[in-house]
Design a protein around this ligand. Structure first.
Ligand code: GLU
Length: 485
């Protein structure tokens, strides 16, 4: 049997990391077995309709690399793949159940249903009282001839238990008496979400259903529908919630459902903040799943190979932004020079980096950044140079004082004027100068770097800073600093 999974988002205009994890696990479940990953848009809830929201879904999946094999934009043998284009398909299925006595027409008015709720004892869960479940043939025909509107309801068994197996949560049982005779088709002839979902999964040949654990309790109703039709029940993989952490006033950790107050929860927002799609995917893969061993950094191809449904955990996963940043940094470290440059180039351009320094920066920045958008800040000294506080020259550990700095700059200027502007040559020249003056290397290197950069923290030491600035600019700055000293 070839595995077919589907990602069935409702177009809300926003892809929460929880939805993206569902999509990822659907994708990995299928791809691990060379199966098919289907995209189905569940847009029947017109009240929640948001303009352009479907595009957000396409863009997200594309950027994340979760390419679907069938879907609204690329077609397939099981279309249409948008629920609103399938509306006429559902009612005949419901009528079949009515004919077989497994569903029934309900003519109850809104007012009657409301009064059921109003008259129920406080705190009780009121389901439908099954008033129309046993209407006689004559009553039904009379109502129909009067043109009374009706919904179609599922006839739930009144006794017994419905049990199913979930690959993550194990065996799940619900007493049938607790199951409402839910509406399958509304008065306008359109399906409810619960009905459409089952018909769609079956008619699209879906073998594995991956979705959030909030659907665990609806699944018995779905299964009773599959049984009523005599269809195979898909394999279920329900996923635990994703939580977020905050620290309360007493310094205690508080864990609650991941939301905005924990940080960005949307895929596109994380991208905007500078996280790499492949790092987000890598991190999200680990929210509820772990491979054997201790390695945690994976490409999507590696995830496909390693993914194992049996290793999904049912305990809630906590979204840890620090860990995401670490995963991002690890992906950056593993980039080759071309990949690194492709991401860094636009920041180099703003920072005024010249092409001859790309390789140097690759080495300097790769191990030091967690996100590419940190680059302009790290390189701001290239374009900006102002009358910095002279106390920057004083540094205990480097044994640098204002006085020594002045002397070292005086000595360094003629040496630098006559040194080839290359990394090794510059470093050697500064070391030789320190040896000649019988001081520690840092006594020379600290003031030269500060004078050139005008800031305390730079990627690389004095030679690297001078290379990034070029000879003219470096000399101009060093002389200017000396004059100020
Ligand atoms: N449209 C549903 C949602 O976004 C899909 C649920 C399912 O996968 O069955 O939650």
């Amino acid at each position: 049997m070839k595995i077919r999974t589907r990602f069935a988002p409702s177009p809300t205009g926003f892809m929460h990391v929880g939805n993206l994890r569902t999509a990822l696990y659907e994708y990995l479940t299928a791809k691990h077995e060379n199966g098919t990953f289907v995209l189905r848009i569940e847009d029947t809830d017109q009240e929640r309709y948001v303009e352009g929201a479907t595009q957000v879904i396409y863009d997200t999946l594309k950027l994340a690399g979760l390419l679907h094999d069938e879907g609204p934009d690329i077609g397939g043998d099981f279309g249409p793949y948008v629920q609103s284009e399938r509306l006429s398909l559902y009612k005949p299925y419901a009528m079949k159940l009515v004919e077989e006595g497994k569903a029934y027409r309900c003519f109850c008015t809104k007012e009657r249903l409301q009064s059921l709720k109003d008259n129920a004892p406080e705190g009780s869960i009121v389901g439908y009282d099954r008033h129309c479940r046993d209407l006689s043939e004559e009553e039904i025909n009379e109502n129909l001839s009067k043109g009374m509107p009706y919904v179609i309801r599922q006839k739930m068994p009144l006794e017994g238990v419905t049990t199913y197996n979930d690959l993550v949560y194990g065996s799940i049982s619900f007493p049938n008496a607790d199951l409402d005779d839910q509406i399958l088709i509304k008065t306008d002839g359109y399906p409810t979400y619960n009905f459409a979902n089952v018909i769609d999964d079956h008619t699209m040949g879906i073998t594995h259903v991956v979705r959030g654990s909030e659907y665990l309790s609806s699944t018995p109703k779905y299964n009773l529908l599959y049984e009523a039709f005599g269809w195979d029940i898909p394999t279920y993989i329900h996923l635990p919630l994703i939580m977020g952490k905050t620290i309360d006033e007493e310094g205690k950790e508080v864990v609650s459902k991941l939301s905005k107050r924990h940080g960005s929860t949307g895929f596109m927002d994380l991208i905007e903040e500078g996280y790499l799609p492949e790092a987000i995917i890598n991190y999200i893969a680990l929210l509820g799943w772990a491979p054997e061993g201790t390695e945690e950094i994976f490409s999507l191809e590696e995830l496909i190979k390693l993914f194992d449904i049996n290793r999904i955990s049912k305990s809630p996963a906590v979204f840890d932004y620090d860990k995401l940043a670490w995963v991002n940094a690890e992906h950056i470290k593993r980039m080759n020079n071309e990949e690194f440059l492709a991401h860094a180039k636009k920041y180099y351009d703003i920072s005024g980096v010249t092409e001859n320094n790309y390789e140097l920066l690759d080495e300097l920045l790769k191990p030091r950044i967690t996100k590419f958008n940190e680059i302009p800040d790290k390189l701001s000294f290239i374009k900006e140079y102002s009358d910095f506080d002279l106390s920057l020259f004083e540094h205990k550990k480097s044994k640098s004082t204002l006085e020594s700095s002045k002397k070292m700059l005086e000595e360094a200027i003629p040496v630098l004027e006559n040194t080839p502007w290359e990394r090794e040559a510059l470093t050697e020249a500064m070391k030789d100068l320190a040896a000649r003056l019988e001081v520690k290397n840092s006594v020379v290197m600290w003031p030269v770097r500060i004078a050139a950069a005008g800031v305390a923290v730079t990627p690389g030491g004095c030679s690297e800073v001078m290379l990034l600035l070029g000879k003219d600019e470096s000399m101009r700055r060093i002389k200017k600093s000396l004059a100020r000293l």
